[in-house]
Design a protein around this ligand. Structure first.
Ligand SMILES: [Cu+2]
Length: 166
């Protein structure tokens, strides 16, 4: 079979593009830990505010030193508005919305997810740098969208608070 030179060139170029696309998915997944939301967990948006977990959003420090942060994202704020977590420990964020779709983006990190009513969004991240981070809603959700933010404070773990470790 005779394949024209230019035909060959384009076949190899097309194959090369496919390889580059697949490699970039592998790089972002394994190299940069960018992944789709972890699991499918549903919740009735109408009961979020009275829910056992989401009705009382806040930070829980687990016995192993990791933290779980429960967040309510709604028009036009996050609860809690100030989140304090330990540095260098896995922090699992669990979020849901009682109204419309919001975003939860921890600026200058890869902590970023959509918060969809009816679903619990979850990701785990650990912070190497202590200090203050800005959390913003990055899904336009209405007239007060620009006011929708929270403060995330990453603190060094004090020995006493971490149960004697470190
Ligand atoms: Cu919003």
């Amino acid at each position: 079979m005779n394949v024209d030179l230019y035909e060959k060139f384009w076949m190899w170029a097309a194959a090369g593009i496919v390889v580059v696309f697949i490699a970039s998915i592998g790089f972002t997944t394994f190299g940069q830990a960018i992944q789709p939301p972890s699991h499918i967990e549903t919740i009735d948006p109408q009961t979020v505010r009275s829910d056992e977990e989401f009705g009382q959003p806040g930070v829980t420090i687990n016995p192993d030193g990791s933290a779980t942060v429960v967040v309510q994202a709604f028009l036009f704020a996050f609860l809690p508005t100030e989140i304090r977590v330990p540095r260098g420990r896995p922090v699992t964020f669990r979020m849901t919305s009682p109204d419309v779709i919001h975003g939860f983006q921890i600026v200058q990190t890869n902590g970023n997810t959509m918060v969809v009513p009816g679903y619990v969004s979850q990701f785990t991240i650990s912070f190497d740098r202590a200090g203050e981070y800005l959390v913003v809603c990055n899904e336009y959700c209405g007239l007060g969208h620009h006011n929708m933010y929270a403060r995330l404070i990453v603190e060094d773990v004090v020995a006493a608070a971490a149960g004697g470790e470190r």
